[in-house]
Design a protein around this ligand. Structure first.
Ligand SMILES: [Zn+2]
Ligand SMILES: [Zn+2]
Length: 392
């Protein structure tokens, strides 16, 4: 089959690789009809996630048609259309039984590797380095789905791929980011990053009762999307001082909740931004926490910080004094996708979300290499790329 394969920093190629086969009785094989490139794939592309190996198949946002199931999978059969959550979860362990699927204890075969870096291991993730299992990803014609009886959600009706594909990650991720803010009626929420997760976080915050949402970015097309589509007030951090602007907009108090939908490759201005760039380039710091520092500084006293943005390892110059002395709450985590599949599918059906609108580019899988470059460089006002494996 054809697959988008990581060969090194800034080197993604579409290779011919062996088809996946069933390994365990709870596996299924899915023929992929749509798959997306995620902002967090760019951290792999830019070489900032450790334990990637040349030959790894990328992709954790995908859906398709079941073509084969293992003998223990009784809820799916060949021909079923499914969306696959990016987090792999067994459904029966301590965490899964509490709906904390991204912390599954049984889905990361390389847990020992993750424990060395992070102390404990989270769940396995498709196409996201050997730290999270070394699973082949879904930017391919086919993929093997472990624990297929627990994860994938069946799409029975005629809803287009492009309407439901993002149940795999970015829609639940934006939703959980807002949920983690514990929004009260009348709250002001600020969202750093107007990529797809940021857009869904803004929309979710309004659905949960936020009075105002303020969106922060530097790309005009993303700010435009945040104001026109997601109904946020917008700030361009290259044009205004974000701290001053937020104070002005909130009677000097600061937003009730702040969402970091940017993560480890944040851009910024000034001395600390330059400091992070140099340290990251020298391998002395894995992440550039510009946005994390800002949410910690600008959130109101007693407010909540929610971090859906991906971080990989170690950071420094983090204003912990601000968090402690001002009684901030910090919430984060890989998304417990399985928990949100059914409720968010319902919301898509009801029209509360129209995730398709975030897609700016649809291209054949064969163009994955160019698509990565375009997305990374934000060329052609690219916000979200969907790859179609069977389009030529
Ligand atoms: Zn993703
Ligand atoms: Zn589990």
């Amino acid at each position: 089959m054809k697959a988008a394969v990581w060969h090194g920093k800034h080197d993604v190629r579409v290779d011919t690789v062996p088809d996946p086969i069933l390994i365990n009785p709870r596996d299924a094989i899915v023929k992929i009809t749509s798959t997306a490139i995620c902002g967090s794939d760019l951290h792999l592309y830019d070489g900032f996630v450790p334990t990637m190996q040349a030959g790894d198949i990328l992709g954790h946002e995908f859906m398709g048609e079941i073509v084969e199931v293992g003998q223990s999978v009784r809820n799916l059969k060949p021909g079923d259309r499914v969306v696959v959550p990016f987090t792999i979860a067994c459904g029966g362990c301590f965490f899964c039984t509490q709906s904390q699927y991204s912390l599954c204890e049984n889905s990361n075969p390389n847990a020992g590797m993750a424990e060395k870096l992070w102390g404990h291991s989270p769940a396995g993730i498709f196409g996201y380095s050997h730290l999270t299992g070394g699973y082949a990803g879904g930017q391919a014609e086919y993929a093997r789905i472990p624990f297929a009886d627990v994860g994938p959600i069946k799409i029975d009706d005629a809803l287009d791929d492009d309407k439901v594909l993002f149940l795999s990650d970015i829609l639940p991720t934006g939703y959980m980011a807002a949920e983690n803010c514990d929004i009260q009626p009348g709250d002001v929420v600020a969202v750093w990053g107007c990529g797809p997760v940021g857009q869904f976080a803004i929309q979710s915050a309004y659905l949960m009762g936020a009075d105002r949402v303020i969106a922060i970015d530097r790309f005009p097309e993303r700010l435009q999307m945040a104001s026109d589509w997601s109904r946020a007030e917008t700030l361009n951090y290259e044009q205004v001082d974000i701290g001053e602007a937020l104070k002005e907009m909130t009677a000097g108090r600061g937003p009730d909740a702040c969402i970091d939908a940017v993560g480890m490759e944040a851009h910024g201005n000034g001395l600390l931004a330059a400091y992070d760039r140099v340290k990251q380039m020298m391998g002395m710091e894995t992440d550039r926490p510009m946005v994390l520092r800002e949410v910690m500084r600008h959130c109101r006293n007693g407010g909540t910080i929610s971090v859906p943005g991906v971080y990989g390892g170690l950071i420094d110059k983090v204003p912990m004094g601000s968090v402690m002395n001002r009684a901030l709450t910090l919430k984060t985590g890989q998304t417990h996708v399985q928990r949100y599949l059914q409720p968010l599918l319902e919301r898509i059906r009801q029209g509360d979300f129209d995730p398709e609108r975030v897609i700016t580019h649809r291209v054949p899988l064969g163009d994955a290499s160019d698509a990565y470059r375009m997305f990374r460089d934000k060329q052609d006002a690219c916000v979200k790329v969907v790859l179609k494996p069977w389009l030529h």
